[in-house]
Design a protein around this ligand. Structure first.
Ligand SMILES: [Mn+2]
Length: 409
């Protein structure tokens, strides 16, 4: 069975002040093209559909068009909420659009939505988890799994929305749930997996060992990590949350990553859609389809003169999202606005020179009173710029000092 794994679309996101909407439309169109060509049985979106709890109207419109087109091409669309989404809002109308093969798990309510998909793309939805939880049936605990089916041809997809300890605790009053790891373990242990079936988990969590970027907004030090060994019972784990595409531990525990670079820390990433084919024994063949951005995000470095030299940029994509590093020792007046003439989508401008590369220590003010204004200013200049004033500067300063101090007398 073939399925697509996407995650962290963050539709409506702004990066360094730039709206990503057109970039997102461009890249989602490529996903639609790839789905039309590959004809998977399902497309998974592993959370962070939107960037905000209340996404802007144009973001909702874009996502609406995306899933509408997608559902014309693929029988099953499976999605969960991420930490950026409002689970309730994402799941609006979920039970209605389920009839169209669009399955949304927004909020964990003590049970996990299980979508069992056959090779022909037909699907069956049930709920699995703690007995007695409201809304839905619980699968038989004898291992027959969903609807008593033992057909090995089916794949069970478990849709676990983003959970925090507090979301899970209330359904398990007798279990001590201290952190995210306890929370996810408790939920997984409450499931009745059918070992005769192939099992896929869709989740949005920070798995220990994954490498984050700058755009996930992970809170460091709050014990958000979950251990990858919790996923051992699954043939494939479609993860969202971490923005660089990567496996964690084994190849089948995988972050699809964002479809676009969402921070300068992701400049070296190659973004893609993940395509998984599970064979009859549950072995996963995993490959990626590269996604080409409307505007790439890249870094260039050099002196102002070098970078504004026509030959250095002609023929390059100057409307890319640029991170420009100037190596000039002196600040270039109005560099940002001048560079924007060539690079209209410059996201960041910084200097790399002796001033920024070496750490300076501040000398004590003890001897300050014994120094002349010229000496004091010279030290301040050197401290800030990591190099002494040149003769011309010293000359100007001498003139100024003379003018100010002598006029006072
Ligand atoms: Mn995310």
């Amino acid at each position: 069975m073939k399925f697509f794994h996407l995650a962290d679309l963050h539709i409506g996101k702004r990066v360094n002040g730039y709206s990503m909407l057109e970039d997102q439309r461009f890249v989602l169109d490529q996903v639609i093209g790839a789905v039309a060509e590959e004809k998977p049985a399902a497309v998974i979106i592993a959370g962070d559909v939107y960037d905000r709890q209340v996404p802007p109207a144009e973001a909702v419109s874009l996502f609406d068009s995306f899933i509408t087109e997608l559902s014309g091409l693929c029988p099953n669309i499976l999605m969960i909420s991420g930490n950026h989404d409002s689970g309730e809002r994402l799941a609006f109308g979920a039970r209605l659009i389920e009839r169209s093969g669009v399955f949304i798990s927004g909020v964990y309510e003590g049970q996990v939505q299980r979508v069992s998909i056959s090779e022909d793309g037909s699907s069956l939805v049930e709920f699995d988890g703690v007995t007695g939880a409201a809304g839905g049936e619980t699968a038989a605990a004898d291992g027959t799994g969903a609807a008593g089916e033992t057909a090995a041809g089916m794949v069970d997809f478990y849709l676990l929305p983003f959970v925090k300890p507090a979301y899970v605790r209330r359904f398990f009053p007798d279990v001590e749930i201290r952190d995210h790891n306890d929370a996810v373990r408790t939920v997984i242990e409450s499931l009745h997996l059918n070992p005769a079936r192939r099992n896929v988990l869709v989740a949005h969590q920070f798995v220990t060992g994954a490498s984050p970027s700058d755009s996930e907004e992970i809170t460091v030090g709050t014990l958000e990590n979950v251990d990858g060994s919790l996923f051992d019972p699954f043939d494939y784990v479609a993860l969202g949350h971490i923005h660089g595409p990567q496996q964690v531990g084994r190849p089948e525990v995988r972050y699809a990553g964002t479809p676009l670079k969402y921070s300068l820390s992701e400049i070296s990433h190659s973004k893609s859609a993940t395509v998984v084919e599970l064979d009859e024994d549950g072995r996963a063949d995993i490959r990626t389809i590269p996604l080409k951005p409307l505007h790439d995000m890249r870094t260039i470095k050099g002196t102002y003169m070098e970078l504004t030299e026509r030959s250095s940029y002609i023929g390059t994509d100057t409307d890319d999202y640029m991170h420009i590093i100037l190596t000039d020792e002196m600040d270039v007046p109005d560099a940002a606005s001048k560079l924007r003439v060539i690079y209209p989508n410059m996201m960041k401008l910084e200097y790399d020179n002796t001033r920024t590369s070496d750490l300076q220590t501040v000398e004590g003010a003890v001897a300050a009173e014994k120094k002349t204004p010229l000496q004091l200013f010279g030290e301040l200049y050197k401290l800030q710029n990591n190099s002494p004033m040149n003769d011309e500067m010293t000359g100007i300063l001498e003139e100024l000092v003379k003018e100010i101090w002598e006029e006072e007398k």
